[in-house]
Design a protein around this ligand. Sequence first.
Ligand SMILES: O=C(O)c1ccccc1NCC(=O)[C@H](O)[C@H](O)COP(=O)(O)O
Length: 267
Amino acid sequence: MHDSILHILNTTKTRIQTFGPDAYKKRSQPQFRKRDFIAAVAAAQAEGRVPVIAEVKPASPGKSFREVPPSVAADLALEMEEAGAVAISVLTEPGVFRGSLENLKEVRKTVCLPVLRKDFIIDRVQLEEEGSDLVLLIAGILGKELGAFVELAIEKGFEPLVEVHSREELELALETDTKIIGVNNRNFETLKIDLATTEELAPLIREYDLEHGTSHLIISESGMNSPSDVRRLMLAGADAVLIGSALMESDSVFDKTKEFVQGFCWR
Ligand SMILES: O=C(O)c1ccccc1NCC(=O)[C@H](O)[C@H](O)COP(=O)(O)O
């Protein structure tokens, strides 16, 4: 795993040991009605919009996009919603990505769309934290514990989005009860992007579903810079895409989100 990810995992562990588990409010009852992401994707598809999960991402390893206090996170999310995004992803990792749970709460209060918590979940107590409809669970980090985290996430009222990057991780994901699989085009060893990752893994998910009578929603994540990138991934079998950097780097998040949402007719 790349040094920056190992650093994030270590700091996350230390933060949990320092502040948790007492600091985590028990989430025995979901505090709010979960917004239905799968229905939102279906609605966008029916209307001919490209289902784009737009990400509020202040920074990434070695790159800073912009200062994002909660009020700015809310404004950005509103622009994304008005431009036709299907959901908002909010980075909550406070170190390298400079995200926060405050940003997540403010975004969810402001928009009507489903909200994904994008973080490095390594400990069950993190699933006591409130504020999102979906939660990211990374197969490459959770390994054999993935299934248990998926179960717990569902029990706590979240829709899990299980992220994979390889055939091995996909096998782990398919053994769980997740309905949503994110194929990350970013390699966690090198941080390099290869859109062919989705082209390799999406057909395997479709084959699995056909064989087993199951159904998974496929999200292609990371590395998209233009509508033609998105088109390539939708043609490879993705149901939706997750885009961060290209939106955060643009002068107008509204215009850029709209460019992706209306980029082409893919049906
Ligand atoms: O964004 C990174 O550079 C990164 C590095 C290491 C681990 C995770 C990373 N990103 C998290 C994400 O999953 C992305 O923010 C998301 O998929 C959007 O990607 P992009 O459109 O390339 O910003």
